[in-house]
Design a protein around this ligand. Structure first.
Ligand SMILES: NC(=O)c1ccc[n+]([C@@H]2O[C@H](COP(=O)([O-])OP(=O)(O)OC[C@H]3O[C@@H](n4cnc5c(N)ncnc54)[C@H](OP(=O)(O)O)[C@@H]3O)[C@@H](O)[C@H]2O)c1
Length: 310
């Protein structure tokens, strides 16, 4: 197949593109900056393009000749002109419109567990609005059938280039192991990035995935504090968690949201007020046995292991 992967240069995208290439597909990856797609440059059947995916005319060009489109573009906090509305909701609508025009057969879309119009955070509400836009009726009568849509809702994702365990390891090093933690008892079912990428590849080749929503969870439900402790144990770092009361965590979110790069924000805090655990087993429906954290974390966090070859 010919597949266009929006967000293909990111954490999930890179793993997905590598698998698509291995499976014999040809992949087009737009990016705002080629240096972000360093790992993809060496792959034979990947075409990297610098492109503004928010421009409908450019999206249609990117989708020309593609059988499928995967949209992995996402942000955790707005920055400049990149609001949740623009990056999640409006982009989803543009992807759908351009996919129709380009006669793309299948659109795979990455949402998030907890996406709901009444969710407490703007992040989760915008993810729900994006899903709604994908399923909205077409605006014009086109000769081709509408593309099939498949939606994925993962819990938090871990893996070698994640911003979950790597960030906690960095923070523990910086603070000599003492970590004030918001929503320490929030529950997650962390899923490995390799399993998420496998799920996307499987759905791509699976007719029955059309119209489906897959919740993706790892094998264990863990609190945020347990994830931090496991990270510390594997990375051989000292760890003393100071659970923050919600009132203080809100202030932490407000203040850290003012810092460059917004390491944490009030909206992130609000997302954490919901547990991120599955109500159904999307991995099983796709024939995937999810990997435990402990099977993967040592490969990139254990300081005694040699660094993997680039
Ligand atoms: N990681 C998780 O734990 C997790 C959990 C649940 C859901 N998700 C969802 O999964 C998807 C992939 O996540 P990820 O962790 O792989 O994200 P990531 O590493 O941050 O990658 C995001 C990708 O989106 C593109 N992008 C970001 N902002 C953009 C903008 N304003 N305009 C155009 N492109 C933009 C980036 O492309 P360039 O920089 O190359 O242009 C990058 O390739 C996202 O939709 C995310 O919300 C992730």
């Amino acid at each position: 197949m010919n597949v266009c992967v929006l967000g293909g240069s990111g954490f999930v995208g890179t793993e997905l593109v590598i698998r698509l290439v291995r499976a014999g597909h040809w992949v087009r990856v737009p990016t705002r900056n080629l240096t972000r797609a360093e790992r993809l440059r060496v792959l034979d059947t990947v075409e990297l393009r610098v492109a503004n995916v928010h421009e409908p005319r450019i999206l249609s060009q990117l989708f020309a000749g593609c059988d499928a489109v995967v949209n992995l573009v996402g942000i955790l906090n707005p920055r400049g002109r990149a609001s949740f509305d623009t990056v999640h909701t409006e982009l989803a609508a543009k992807v759908m419109a351009s996919a129709r025009t380009a006669a793309v057969r299948h659109v795979l879309h990455m949402s998030a567990l907890g996406a709901d119009p009444h969710a407490p955070s703007r992040y989760l509400r915008s993810k729900a609005a994006a899903e709604a836009r994908l399923r909205a009726a077409p605006h014009s009568e086109l000769p081709h059938a509408d593309p099939a849509v498949t939606v994925f809702r993962p819990s938090v994702i871990f893996g070698p280039a994640d911003s979950l365990t790597n960030r906690f390891a960095r923070l523990l090093r910086l603070t000599a192991g003492c970590l004030p933690l918001a929503r320490a008892r929030a529950r997650f079912a962390p899923i490995c990035v390799f399993d998420v990428a496998d799920a996307l590849v499987r759905a791509l080749g699976e007719r029955a995935s059309a119209g489906q929503t897959y919740e993706l969870c790892g094998p264990q439900v863990m609190t945020l504090a347990q994830i931090v402790r496991l990270t510390a144990r594997v990375a051989r770092l000292p760890c003393r968690i100071v659970p923050l009361p919600d009132a203080i965590a809100r202030v932490q979110g407000l203040l850290m949201g003012l810092l460059p790069g917004k390491p944490f924000s009030l909206d992130n805090f609000r997302s954490l007020t919901l547990d991120s655990v599955c109500r159904e087993d999307g991995c099983r429906r796709l024939g995937i046995t999810p990997t435990a954290m402990l099977a993967v974390l040592p490969t990139y966090l254990d300081p005694r292991r040699p660094a993997p070859l680039a």
